[in-house]
Design a protein around this ligand. Sequence first.
Ligand code: ZN
Length: 206
Amino acid sequence: MSADFARLAQEIAEVTDAGVNIVHLDVMDGHFVPNITIGPPVIAKLRKVSGLVFDAHLMISEPAKYAEPFARAGADHITFHIEAADDPHRLIEKLHQLGCTAGICLNPQTPVEAIEAVAPLCEMVLVMTVHPGFGGQAFMPEAAKKIVRIRELVGPDIRIEVDGGIDPQTASTVVSYGADTLVAGKAIFAESDRIAAINAIREACE
Ligand code: ZN
């Protein structure tokens, strides 16, 4: 959501050249979160111009209802919020049947216990280190500390992704806690030199 929505294809091409592996797509519905961004029609168009992994982060109510449209639009991975799901087990199963990998996300105020039963069934756990809904917020150190417990819970093979306020400094902190997948928005898209911005985050994590 930090990219320029009027030139998404070019923005994705630029970060692809800079060595990014995954495009993180922030989907907001104006209901689960107060903001509205993009949905399956935009993702389907982007799918035609990019071969990168599409990681859809559904900040929406009723995620089960929309799993199929997002999968058909070309999302490779779909993460939904534990706070929004009536039956997370069934939704994870459905995502796998649709050929997607599944992710479970928890808000900063949501305890790790909330995802205990379902996190081991997913390919990725997404830890929010800002309140979902808007870009450019300050990193919440207390929320990031949950990564340590989540890593103990899921073991080494499930990805732990962190979303919110990632820059070279916070990247190094969350990687030391056990995160292996970082969502960087403003830290890349607010910089004119994307290659330097991405390298700075990578180098901080080494
Ligand atoms: Zn996100």
